[in-house]
Design a binder for this molecule. Structure first.
Ligand SMILES: [Zn+2]
Length: 193
């Protein structure tokens, strides 16, 4: 072991997907500005899917609305894990696993090797992804990676992240928030001299 976070690629993908969903679909603050809930849910879900490399042909409205609701519940997991409240995180994940009907299943695309997925092959878009996200979060919280789910520590930002760095010291959602905080600390030091 090198200390590197080792996840199989599907688990990594679904965790990255849950970060995109929470950050794009839940209201709060992002990088110092207010982030409102999406007014056009299918559009917002399509953008999230495109960001993780799965641009959809179309996203039905009720599917999109369900995913927006589920993203709000995924946020609870990140926020609880971020404060070390793994009991709350685990309870919410267990509820998500039940509600999304998550179940492990080996699938293979044409000419591709078998790989483990957490939903049926013909699942609706929202539920398929949400089941995968719930399973990915379960794998993280049920392992020594529980401390890797985080919420940005910068002021006026509550976007979430999965810390896949070697040292596990990540505190910010983005390089922009990190430099925002650094610049503010620099200004404070200068004002004090
Ligand atoms: Zn941030």
């Amino acid at each position: 072991m090198t200390g590197q976070v080792s996840f199989d690629s599907h688990a990594r993908n679904v965790l990255a997907a849950s970060v995109e969903y929470v950050n794009r679909l839940t209201p709060g603050y992002a990088g110092g500005v207010e982030h409102t809930a999406p007014s056009d849910e299918p559009e917002a879900v399509a953008e999230a899917l495109t960001a993780i490399g799965h641009p959809p042909k179309s996203v039905p409205l009720d599917d999109a609305r369900r995913l927006v609701r589920l993203a709000g519940r995924m946020r609870i997991v990140f926020e609880a894990a971020n404060t070390g409240d793994l009991d709350t995180a685990a309870a919410e994940i267990n509820a998500l696993l039940v509600d999304t009907n998550a179940r492990p299943q080996l699938d293979r695309g044409k000419d591709r090797p078998w790989s483990l997925h957490f939903h049926g092959p013909d699942e609706q878009l929202a539920n398929g992804w949400a089941a995968g996200c719930a399973a990915g979060l379960a794998l993280a919280v049920g392992s020594d990676l529980a401390g890797r789910l985080g919420v940005c520590a910068a002021p006026q930002c509550d976007r979430v992240f999965v810390d896949v760095s070697k040292n596990g010291q990540r505190r910010f959602c983005s390089p922009q928030c990190q430099s925002r905080v650094k610049a503010a600390a620099h200004r404070a030091r200068q004002a004090a001299t």
